[in-house]
Each structure stands twice: as C-alpha cells, then as structure tokens.
Design a protein around this ligand. Structure first.
Ligand code: CA
Length: 361
C-alpha cells in the first residue's frame, strides 16, 4: 500500500509540476480587448452596466482578458459601434439592437417591441425559446456574435406637457420617441422626434417638443425631467423590457481558448441579470423621490389610449415581418412565444400582482 501511495503521490506531483510549467505560458497571453458603447461613459445603469461587464470578464479570467471601455464618441460615434466591431476595430460593442434597423429589420425584435415581451419573457425566449439562435443568425452575416447583457425592465410612457385624456389628444403631439414606438405614435396622429438623451431636457423646456420618453424613474430623475414637464405617464407600452446587448467580433471570440470563450459569454449572462436587478432597485427608490419630494403628477394612460396604441403596434410589428425572410422567421417565433407567455402570465405574474394589490387595484 505504501508503495502504491508513493506512486500516486509522485504521479500527482508530476502533474502539479507540469501544470506549474504551463502556468507562465498561459499567464503571459493577455488579450487586450476594447469595448465600444452607445452610452456616455459611466451613464447610470447603461454605461455602468458596460463597465461592470468589462470588470467581470477581467476578474473571471484572472486578468487573461483586459477590457477597456469607451464611451460614445471616444473611439467611434455611438451609432458606428456595430460597424467598428464588425470590422475588428474593437472586439466588443455595448448598445441596443433596435439601433441597427438599417442593417437588419429583424434586429429590432431583440431589444424591445411595443406591447411585446417583459424582461422575464424576453430572457425566456432568448435562452430557452429559440430567440438566441435567431439573433445569432441575424448578426452572423456581420461577423458578430450577439449576447443579452442587460435589461431596463418596463420603462415609463414618459413626460408630457399635454394631458392625455383620449386618443384625440395624441393628434399633433410632438414627442421624442424612437424606433417602432415612434412609428406607432405617428399612426395615432402624433409627430415622433428622435433626439439623443443630452438634448431632451432643453427641447422639453423650450416647447420644441410636447412630450418625451426616456427610460424610467432612475434615469429620468438623473436628467431632471420633472422640472420641465407637467405629467409623468405610465406604463411604457413601447419598451416593456428593453434588452441591452453586448456583441462580440466572431473571429476574436473564436481565437480565444475554450475556457475564455465561456467566461466572456457567461459574464454577459451575469451582466444581463445584474442590470435588471440594478434598474429595479434604483427605479423603486427614484419613483418615491419623484412623487414624494418633487410632487410629480403620476398618471396612467387611459385604457382607450392604450387599446388604440396596442392595435396600431400589432400592425406596425407585423409589417416588419414583411420586409425580408429572416424578419418573418423571427416575427413568427416572437409571436408564437408571446402567445404562450401571455396565457401563462395571466394566471401567474398578472394574477399574483392583481391579488397582491387587492382592493386598491
Ligand atoms: Ca426609452
């Protein structure tokens, strides 16, 4: 027995020595990556979410991958990050897929669809409902691997200087609202405007716009929008659980050893969950501050208005499917999953939330 123990020990020792001999070679190979983003550097929730992801990749890899994060415009302008990562100027990009409608109409399904998925439903579709495979198919022609890397949760309908009592009040409403939501507003008689975050406050203050959506209490409080608008409407029908993305240059990812590839992809998955938790926690606090300290007039959009917006949204989203074959395929999957999710959530999340609020609902 003693001899056998000795052999085992010697064997293990040899293995340890071999591993030790290999360690310096691995440690020397440091991958210095760049992450370009559509957010101002360290912007609450979104920019800080990108920084958290970079830090996570570095920590999990024991420093074998270093990721330097660039705010919008630092290395490339916000809306050029997709091309920059596609051509390999940077290895990672952090943004939202609805910005890339010009590249592929189908991209819009992976950020937010009016009256579409909540954060939980979106993650279920992506990870366990076939969504991720479709997203990969959409980004593959650009040499990019997409990942979900954050979520804002349900946003707010926005800040209004006009009271919305009926659909007629949307007529001529000049509102900052990008993407599919903007198209829906236009069909309801309004005038959608696309403005970068930094211009929203002054545009609302000067009366250049009558209303704006941004994100939710956390980000809206940071911009001070309560100072220049009368009403704060909910719910964010146009962005019910917006996914933020981190896409990776496919060649750069595949050049990594298997363990580092797994670290990068799983760090994105952790960041995806963490951002939603951050937004939920910060929105909870910020809503109290807006209502209690700043006396914000919080209002729900009338049911009649929401019903009209839903009807128009269904038309707008169905039309995206007609643009090309891949958009149709993504739309079919989205629609099928949404139908199931609605049926299940009616008897789970929705029924529970109604039961919890009880007589006050
Ligand atoms: Ca928004």
């Amino acid at each position: 027995m003693k001899r056998r123990d000795f052999i085992k020990t010697a064997g293990a020792g040899a293995a340890v020595s071999a591993a030790a001999a290999m360690t310096p070679a691995i440690a020397q190979e440091t991958h210095k990556w760049k992450m370009v983003t559509t957010w101002p550097k360290n912007f609450p929730g979104l920019g800080t979410g990108a920084e958290f992801l970079a830090q996570l990749v570095q920590e999990m890899s024991g420093g074998r991958i270093e990721v330097k994060v660039y705010g919008a415009g630092e290395l490339v302008p916000a809306f050029e990050i997709f091309d920059a990562v596609s051509r390999g100027t940077a290895e990672m990009g952090h943004g939202a897929s609805y910005y890339w409608k010009g590249k592929s109409e189908a991209a819009q399904f992976f950020s937010a669809v009016p009256f579409g998925f909540t954060a939980q439903e979106m993650n279920s579709w992506l990870y366990h409902g076939g969504g991720m495979e479709l997203w990969k198919e959409v980004y593959d022609p650009f040499g990019l691997v997409p990942t979900a890397a954050g979520n804002t949760g349900v946003q707010m309908a926005g800040w209004f200087n006009r009271e919305i009592k009926s659909v007629a009040d949307l007529q001529g409403l000049k509102m900052r609202i990008p993407g599919l939501g903007g198209e829906v507003l236009q069909r309801a008689g309004g005038t959608p405007v696309n403005l970068p975050g930094g211009e929203i406050f002054t545009s609302l203050q000067s009366g250049a716009i009558d209303a704006t959506e941004w994100v939710g209490p956390y980000n809206d409080l940071a911009f001070g929008l309560y100072k220049v608008a009368k009403y704060y409407y909910y719910p964010g029908w146009h962005e019910p659980g917006t996914t933020l993305e981190c896409f990776i240059n496919k060649k750069a990812l595949e050049a990594l050893p298997a363990d580092l590839q797994s670290i990068v992809l799983n760090a994105c998955r952790v960041a995806n969950q963490d951002m939603l938790a951050d937004f939920t926690s910060q929105n909870n606090k910020a809503l109290q501050t807006l209502v209690n300290d700043h006396k914000v007039d919080l209002r729900k959009l009338p049911d009649e208005v929401l019903a009209k917006l839903k009807e128009l949204s269904e038309q707008v989203v169905a039309e995206v499917a007609e643009k090309d074959a891949v958009s149709k395929k993504v739309y079919e999957s989205f629609k099928q999953f949404l139908g199931q999710a609605v049926a299940w959530h009616n008897v789970s999340e929705r029924a529970y939330l109604n039961a919890r609020i009880g007589a006050d609902c």
